[in-house]
Design a protein around this ligand. Structure first.
Ligand SMILES: NC(=O)c1ccc[n+]([C@@H]2O[C@H](COP(=O)([O-])OP(=O)(O)OC[C@H]3O[C@@H](n4cnc5c(N)ncnc54)[C@H](O)[C@@H]3O)[C@@H](O)[C@H]2O)c1
Length: 464
């Protein structure tokens, strides 16, 4: 394979955008074209005002500003980008299927298949096709079947190169990844293709961190990594419920077990539940694959991780209703935070929307403040859940107006700014008794209690 000087990425989303911005910065000798079917998204990537990029990630705007127009380009010219590229990354969305066989469980691969068909019908020279999207194990075979049956004589190598970045820390994760995983065919052509891709990463990632495996191990490793991470969150969240009933404190328990080297301290923060576009869909996908292969016990084991997550969100909303004298009808409740975690504007599967729905179903008046999520996004999320957003929903640009005259405040995202709000002022302007439900355990309960609040913190005995 000759030196790589031109690559393209299909899908300008949370993975495609940041990943390609980092490659462009680290490899000024490579022309990087990021293409997408969504013209509004591409226009936002090309906006002269870098504040208007479609994705918020710390450090992303500066990085795009440095390379855009030099060796980083965003466009809707998909065919042209495919034709010019030596390596094509497929980075499109793979949501849970909402129809037909596997509905609600299996990954919907229609966008990936469309990409494969478009590559097959467009390419006139040999290509390396890279699965960057998270895909069920053995998807590479399906992609290869489509690519190998065009009759054009063009030869393809399909690699699996799953992305392990976490939203909110995407740029840091891409600059200093724990590992880069590349799976390919175990023959000389496969090895050459793996080496071509590895040589790109080697511009900034130490060689010993670039792992080479067979395609199936690589595909399955991504699903497994997400399942293990989600499992840790559900494990600590299950214990948070027990703490609240026994006087144990979840932060103390997490610290004590996390200091055990065999366990480690990462992903042991109790919360209102995990969200984001990946954990739930990847677990469901894993469960679906296991069931399809008649591994019923394995499927049931992993499904429980999602069940505990649903329980945690439900439990949080139920607790608010019960504490506010078994009804929130007509009561103003301020929700601080809507994104599924801090430092991102992504709201896919955010626990906030499920909590809001439960409260609105009980006729609460919901007042939302989030520093990065748009009003339209909040409305879209609730409408997706079938909530009538004309009534009972108000969106604020300040946490203070959101909580004025509220019966309760619920913290749903761990934005740093919430730790240093003027809580005395918020207290003085709320109805009494003033309740706080801290779904991220970010507040100092004692201090908040001293102001006069009645406080519930996930995983701790309530101070009512
Ligand atoms: N978001 C994360 O944190 C994360 C992390 C690791 C892996 N992943 C995986 O990466 C993949 C992409 O995730 P994302 O969060 O970037 O999704 P996203 O929805 O933000 O972006 C996907 C983009 O692909 C575009 N697209 C879809 N079909 C297309 C087509 N045929 N041609 C051109 N463009 C097309 C969409 O318009 C969209 O802009 C998923 O498989 C996901 O599981 C996501």
């Amino acid at each position: 394979m000759s030196t790589i000087t031109n690559i393209c990425c299909i899908g300008a989303g949370y993975v495609g955008g940041p990943t390609m911005a980092v490659i462009a910065q680290k490899c000024p000798h490579i022309k990087v074209n990021v293409v997408d079917v969504n013209p509004e998204r591409i226009a936002a990537w090309n906006d002269v005002n870098l504040e208007n990029l479609p994705i918020y990630e710390p450090g992303l705007a500066e990085m795009v500003g440095e390379s855009r127009g030099r060796n980083l380009f965003f466009s809707t010219q998909i065919e042209q980008a495919i034709n010019n590229a030596q390596i094509i990354f497929i980075s499109v969305n793979t949501p849970t299927k909402t129809y037909g066989k596997g509905k609600g469980m299996a990954a919907d691969l229609k966008f990936v298949e469309l990409c494969a068909r478009q590559i097959a019908s467009t390419s006139s020279e040999n290509k390396i096709v890279v699965e960057k999207s998270t895909l069920p194990v053995r998807t590479a075979q399906a992609i290869k079947n489509i690519l190998d049956n065009t009759g054009t004589g063009v030869k393809y190598q399909v690699l699996s190169n799953p992305e392990f970045l976490a939203e909110g820390t995407a740029i840091q994760d891409l600059l200093e990844p724990d590992r880069v995983l590349i799976g390919g065919e175990e023959n000389p052509e496969g090895k050459n293709a793996i080496e071509a891709l590895a040589s790109i990463y080697a511009n900034w990632v130490p060689r010993e961190k670039i792992l080479q495996t067979n395609v199936w191990s690589s595909e399955l490793s991504k699903l497994t990594a997400n399942a293990f991470l989600a499992q840790r969150v559900s494990s600590i969240n299950s214990i948070s419920a027990l703490c609240e009933k026994t006087g144990a404190n979840i932060d103390e328990v997490a610290k004590a077990i996390g200091m055990d080297k065999r366990i480690g301290d990462k992903f042991l923060k109790a919360s209102v539940g995990f969200g984001g576009s990946c954990f739930q869909k990847d677990i469901l996908n894993l469960v679906y694959i296991c069931r399809s292969l008649n591994l019923q016990h394995v499927a049931d084991y992993w499904e429980q991780v999602k069940t505990i997550n649903d329980y945690q969100k439900q439990r949080f909303a139920d607790n608010i209703i019960q504490t506010l004298y078994n009804t929130v009808s007509g009561k103003k409740i301020a929700l601080l935070g809507w994104a599924f975690k801090k430092d991102t504007n992504d709201t896919r599967e955010t626990p906030a929307m499920y909590v809001a729905k439960e409260l609105i179903d009980d006729q609460a008046e919901i007042h939302v403040y989030d520093p990065k999520v748009t009003k339209q996004q909040i409305i879209n999320d609730l409408e997706y859940l079938g909530v009538d957003t004309q009534k009972n929903l108000h969106i604020h640009s300040s946490p203070y107006t959101a909580s004025e005259k509220a019966h309760a405040v619920a913290i749903l995202t761990e934005w740093d700014e919430f730790k240093s709000l003027k809580w005395e002022q918020i207290y003085s302007e709320m109805l009494k008794p003033a309740f706080i439900f801290d779904g991220r355990s970010i507040l100092d309960m004692q201090k908040i209690k001293q102001i006069g609040f009645k406080v519930y913190c996930i995983g701790k005995e309530p101070m009512f």
